[in-house]
Design a binder for this molecule. Structure first.
Ligand code: GAF
Length: 384
């Protein structure tokens, strides 16, 4: 249905049928936060919310972009004029992907693109990665580049890091490109090796809720970059390439070596324990002990709040309220400083927990949160 609407929108705008229609999802991260730029482990799954793009090739070096979600005309850009960090609008994401493909030597000669997205923006659910990946997949298919999902993810990350100017890791793009329906993706961000872990909560009488606090965040602002630089500094102090290289068993010794460098101690402790938590969650899910991941999620939140210091009052309120109202587990998800939290709960407790969170937000004078159920959905694919 949405695919047909986007196709019709393309015809209205550009006067011809698109060559195809593609979709790419946003994601929610179950566990493994701020580990991806430390070469560590993550475990996202795809949301049913997607970016959908109708696309055709051009051969005249022109890129035309239009979003059904934004009141604006068609942006027309010359490929030879694409310059990193020159665009602060949404168009930087698709244009950055075209730039990254060409920079990597792929003969992309232009495109007409019309898109729309249901991934909430600024909610920590990877709306930018969905935009990037849908365009990358469409051009990969149309220009017959033959790039696998993980390689498209790398190019999209380069678009975001260099063209957009946001120093993010590889998790979101890989999730959007590679996740599978009914599964969470256990990803080693060092070599991008992947394992699809069956994650069917409905079959076990549980639900995973996403609570969008409506506190908007942006990765091109300073705090994300500061954490990343702090982690790199910690790795350098410990003489390793990345914090991934500190085994959990050696954590105490590593922290002792950092002495009274409180900042480095906190960042290193979060990353090393978070990698351990991802491995723990994988082991529990593979053993069929889904309910037991709850306390691991809560421990992850405490680490992000107290050591990494990227939570905010709204996220903490979701976690505290949900746990008091009977949730099995809860934590902030994504980059932090706002965005969303997840709540794992038995079906029977979902309404009580949702109501408790909504009432707690109202009592605190916060903007009402948006609560929805997250079902592990398909990764990027061609629709038409
Ligand atoms: C954001 C980034 F884009 C990811 O790369 C990752 O670092 C995440 O924050 C934190 O885990 O979504």
């Amino acid at each position: 249905m949405r695919a047909q609407q986007v196709r019709a929108g393309f015809v209205e705008l550009y006067g011809t049928e698109p060559e195809g229609v593609w979709s790419a999802p946003g994601r929610v991260n179950l566990i493994g936060e701020h580990t991806d730029y430390n070469d560590g482990f993550v475990m996202p799954f795809a949301l049913p919310h997607t970016a959908i793009a109708a696309v055709s090739r051009r051969d005249d070096g022109v890129l035309r972009l239009h979003s059904a979600d934004i009141e604006d005309g068609v942006a027309e850009l010359r490929l030879d004029d694409l310059v990193p960090e020159s665009d602060r609008a949404w168009t930087a994401y698709p244009a950055g992907v075209v730039w990254a493909l060409r920079e990597a030597g792929h003969a992309v000669t232009g495109a007409d693109i019309h898109l729309t997205s249901t991934v909430p923006s600024g909610a920590g659910l990877s709306s930018s990665a969905a935009l990037e990946v849908v365009v990358a997949l469409a051009l990969n298919d149309l220009y017959e580049l033959g790039l696998p999902g993980w390689q498209l993810a790398r190019l999209c990350q380069r678009a975001e890091n260099v063209y957009v100017g946001a120093p993010t890791g590889i998790m979101d793009q890989t999730a959007s490109a590679c996740c599978e329906e009914g599964h969470a993706l256990f990803l080693d961000t060092r070599d991008l090796s992947q394992k699809q872990i069956p994650f069917d909560l409905a079959a076990e009488g549980m639900r995973l809720l996403v609570v969008d606090t409506q506190v908007k965040h942006s990765h091109s602002e300073g705090e994300y970059g500061k954490r990343r630089a702090g982690c790199e500094r910690g790795a350098a102090l410990l003489g390793v390439d990345a914090l991934r290289d500190i085994p959990y068993a050696d954590l105490d010794a590593a922290l002792a070596r950092l002495g009274d460098d409180e900042e480095a101690v906190r960042l290193v402790r979060h990353v090393v324990t978070e990698d351990e938590r991802v491995e723990k969650v994988v082991a529990l899910l593979e053993a069929g002990e889904t309910r037991a991941i709850g306390p691991v999620l809560v421990a992850g939140h405490a680490s992000l709040r107290d050591d990494f210091r990227i939570s905010c009052p709204e996220l903490d309120l979701v976690v505290d309220t949900a746990m008091s109202a009977g949730a099995l587990g809860s934590r902030m998800t994504g980059g932090g400083f706002g965005g969303s939290a997840i709540v794992l709960a038995d079906v029977a407790d979902v309404d009580t927990i949702t109501k408790a969170v909504e009432e707690a937000f109202a009592a605190a004078g916060f903007t009402a949160p948006r609560v929805f159920e997250a079902v592990p959905s398909p990764g990027a694919r061609r629709l038409v």
